[in-house]
Ligand binder design. Structure first.
Ligand code: NDP
Length: 446
């Protein structure tokens, strides 16, 4: 990074938020891409856009008390970071995972600003969550937690203010419990959350949207470089919502997906993953991925999730969590002939891994562009709720496809305009930033 102003703002972030490494990592990556923009746009520096964009408009931290099945009081910590509302109401998911703390929610909220901007829909950036772990909890415990979480959160959100959604640990069940509690507290039936069930305002194709969108985006990257999914071997990490529907779409587009994982380990099935089995295990029975091999004797299970990147493949789709591909994993991918990485998870590659991708001329689709399909269809769910009308699966899927094509085109053209052709990471950061920056400048110092 050369631009003096950006260096100063970043130094200040490091001083203020030194205890939040994931947030600093996200800001650094975006600012490195924005170097030529800061040089070309002194008006944005004068308007204080760079200082303002790294500071959330509002951060809420709250107690979430609930009673477990043994009658014991448990206390978790809840977060909502309302990062930027320049182009629309705050929008972003709720993560339930023991690793959640303010720095994780801030990195996710910061990324969400640019991702939402890229979708072309009017949504600002936000994110929330808790260090609650739904794994191993009964349905009744999850319900009591969600009700307590929403009792506080309901004071800060609304269909025109802030519209949360799912993320790690928050699936259809959790969104439904939160929606029920909001409706009861406020006595209003509004589209205050997305990812709702189909019987109460959910959009068709929302469940599939992030994974499908990831494959539509990857397909554009491949096409632009004279390739396609047809006949390619794909490694996917994770076995949650994003991983499952990425596997489904990549297979439909002619690829063979041979791996999936969870936080304990990974499976390799050279015959191609049997997705019905994974859906049954993960969506219905809520079991571990290692159970897969008990019904698939040809498949292997290995302990330790990072080993998934040592399996040779053409295309890698990380769909589990942040920083899951480090330098060593990236080098293993490159050495085994992988030529394309597109990110389903948020920030799954460390900065060192990204350097390896560029050093090896690998095609790289960054998360904020590649996984924007989920929030894009959430935006379409908001539109349908406002209209009190629902589109068919095909209508939503078509809109999603077009949005992912447009996102790729925006990244591609911004990368060319600023002299970094083929660097879709820089393209995504620049295109996402400029729209928000223009709105912030126009609205004055707020
Ligand atoms: P899920 O909770 O449905 O699945 C998460 C998967 O990742 C599980 O297989 C989980 O394994 C694994 N995982 C979670 N934490 C870790 C970890 N620390 N190490 C290794 N594996 C881990 O979440 P989603 O599929 O919804 O989300 C996956 C990623 O995609 C996240 O980064 C999320 O932010 C991102 N994303 C999700 C969107 C959505 O619409 N759902 C939209 C855009 C991005 P285990 O069961 O063992 O925990």
């Amino acid at each position: 990074m050369q631009n003096k102003h950006l260096i100063e703002v970043l130094e200040n972030v490091k001083k203020r938020d030194g205890d939040q490494p994931e947030f600093i990592q996200a800001v650094t990556e975006v600012f490195e891409s924005l170097d030529p923009v800061a040089d070309a746009r002194p008006d944005l520096i004068k308007a204080g856009v760079f200082e303002r964009i790294v500071e959330p408009e509002r951060q809420i931290i709250f107690r979430v008390p609930w009673v477990d099945d043994n009658g014991k009081v448990q206390v978790n910590r809840g977060f909502r970071v309302q990062f930027n509302s320049a182009i629309g109401p705050y929008k972003g998911g709720i993560r339930l995972h023991p690793s959640v703390y303010l720095g994780i929610i801030k990195f996710l909220g910061f990324e969400q600003i640019f991702k939402n901007s890229l979708t072309t829909l009017p949504m600002g950036g936000g994110k929330g969550g808790s260090d609650f772990d739904p794994k191993g909890k009964s349905d009744a415990e999850v319900m009591r937690f969600c009700q307590s979480f929403m009792t506080e959160l309901s004071k800060h959100i609304g269909p025109d203010t802030d519209v949360p959604a799912g993320d790690i640990g928050t699936g259809a069940r959790e969104v439904a419990y939160m929606f029920g509690q909001y409706k009861r507290l406020r006595n209003e039936f509004t589209g205050v959350l997305t990812g709702k069930g189909l019987t109460f305002g959910g959009s068709l194709a929302r469940t599939e949207a992030t994974g499908y969108g990831l494959c539509y985006f990857t397909n554009e990257v491949l096409k632009a470089n004279g390739k396609s999914f047809e006949g390619q071997t794909v490694c996917i990490s994770g076995s949650g919502n994003v991983a499952i529907y990425a596997c489904e779409k990549a297979t439909a587009l002619g690829a063979k997906v041979i791996t999936m994982s969870d936080s304990n380990g990974y499976i390799v099935d050279k015959n191609g993953i049997d997705l019905d089995c994974v859906k049954q295990l993960k969506e219905v029975e809520r079991k571990r991925i290692k159970e897969y091999v008990s019904t698939h004797p040809d498949a292997e299970y290995h302990e330790g999730c990072s080993g998934v990147w040592t399996v040779p493949c053409d295309i890698a789709l990380p769909c589990a969590t942040q920083n899951e591909i480090n330098e060593e994993s990236a080098k293993a991918l490159a050495a085994n002939g992988c030529y394309c990485i597109c990110e389903g998870a948020n920030m799954p590659s460390t900065p060192e891994a990204i350097e390896v991708y560029f050093a090896n001329n690998m095609l790289y689709g960054p998360a904020k562009a590649a996984n924007a399909g989920g929030v894009a269809v959430s935006g379409l769910e908001m539109s349908q709720n406002s209209m009190r009308y629902g589109w068919t699966f095909e209508e939503v899927d078509d809109k999603l496809k077009n949005i992912m094509k447009d996102i790729f085109a925006a990244c591609d053209s911004a990368s060319k305009e600023f002299g970094m052709e083929g660097n879709y990471m820089a393209g995504a950061n620049i295109a996402g930033f400029l729209k928000v920056a223009e709105a912030m400048k126009a609205q004055g110092c707020v």
